[in-house]
Design a protein around this ligand. Structure first.
Ligand code: IPE
Length: 351
């Protein structure tokens, strides 16, 4: 190797290394910015670390982070992270209106308008940020069950079933939004099938930036159990309960209230149903005994009924977020729970 060739090589390598070092430094500066902005405002939020790492990954995939565009990147970080951290600091209340409370599950497409309007007025009692989730009841379950959407994509007929189930859910959602608006709540629909990535029936991620901004503005996001494209099964049903749990963790909810048409979870001796008893508290450790004696839902339920509901909520308990199932069919119960009363139904909490 001649000396001049060696020199040329060193010069080239130095140039490359400097370029790489500059790039790396710009990335590090960007990462530090993300961390600084988030640490400054996150306030001990549960999913902060995960969100931060996911955000950084996305940022470097989307952007060529160099010193030249660092200012632009910093503005983007502020635009996207600040609403998130503000929303996280708000610790919203998440309320689910079960399908059995707002629809007649024994019929088809039968909305209980007067109950829905009463519940909307009760929701008005929330004095902080609020997210509403509703179930499918007689709108979602019968069609989803007919086309066996929950089993995943098996045949072409299911495509129309998927479309019809979604349309039915949108119809029910329109009733919910209307009722909330009548009660004076600025509600807006969030369509899960358009913003969730689901695999094997479980949410992998969801685009939450608009939701953060809505909460920051004081708008009430309303989302619902829906049919969703599924990366592994082709299609599946995303239950309102799974959504509640996902959102509660991602948004660092202050509390979760599930409005059902029963007082909570009951033990039911199958031979002596009259002796069934309301269970006041369920913890991950008491669950194994409780599950054997839980009652079954009436009407078709493609998302698993009460047992599945509690199982979802136990995931939340593990994150330290308390949930309570209350009887929203009884006037003022939901309102009392929203105003902070505890012990009205079954609490699901870490034990
Ligand atoms: C079901 O949602 C949605 C569809 C069937 C499309 P949920 O499972 O949350 O509904 P409910 O509360 O049990 O009715």
């Amino acid at each position: 190797m001649t000396l001049s060739f060696q020199k040329k090589l060193i010069k080239k390598a130095t140039k490359w290394l400097t370029a790489v070092a500059t790039l790396a430094t710009a990335q590090i500066v960007a990462e530090l910015l993300v961390k600084a902005i988030m640490v400054a405002v996150q306030g001990g939020h549960l999913s902060y670390l995960r969100y931060r790492n996911e955000y950084l990954k996305r940022l470097s995939a989307e952007y060529d982070i160099t010193f030249e565009n660092l200012e632009k990147v910093a503005a983007k970080i502020e635009d996207e992270c600040v609403p998130w951290v503000k929303a996280a600091r708000m610790r919203p209340l998440i309320v689910k209106l079960g399908g059995s409370v707002i629809t007649d599950k024994r019929g088809r497409f039968s909305v209980k308008l007067s109950s829905l309007r009463r519940l909307a007025r009760e929701l008005k009692a929330a004095d902080g940020p609020l997210v509403v989730v509703h179930g499918g009841g007689s709108y979602g379950h019968p069609i989803a069950s007919k086309f066996e959407i929950a089993r995943g994509f098996k045949n072409e007929e299911q495509l129309m079933g998927f479309s019809l189930t979604h349309r039915a859910m949108e119809e029910l959602n329109t009733h919910v939004i209307e009722a909330l608006q009548r009660a004076g709540l600025p509600a807006i629909a969030i369509q899960p099938s358009a913003c969730s990535v689901v695999s094997d029936g479980r949410i992998v991620r969801m685009e939450l930036a608009p939701l953060h901004k809505f909460l920051e503005l004081g708008i009430v996001p309303v989302t619902y159990g829906d049919v969703v494209p599924d990366l592994s099964r082709g299609m599946s049903i995303l239950s309102g309960d799974q959504l509640v749990v996902y959102l509660a963790r991602e948004l660092g909810a202050s509390r979760v209230i599930l409005g059902a048409d029963v007082d909570g979870v009951f033990t039911a001796d199958p031979k002596l149903r009259s002796r069934e008893k309301l269970i006041r508290v369920i913890t991950p450790s008491s669950w194994r005994d409780v599950v054997k004696s839980i009652g079954v839902a009436s009407g078709p339920d493609v998302t698993g009924g009460m047992a599945k509901k509690v199982e979802e909520l136990l995931i939340l308990a593990e994150s330290g977020i308390e949930a309570e199932i209350v009887n929203a069919a009884k006037a003022d119960t939901l309102k009392r729970a929203i105003l902070g009363e505890r012990g009205l139904g079954t609490k699901i909490m870490a034990g």
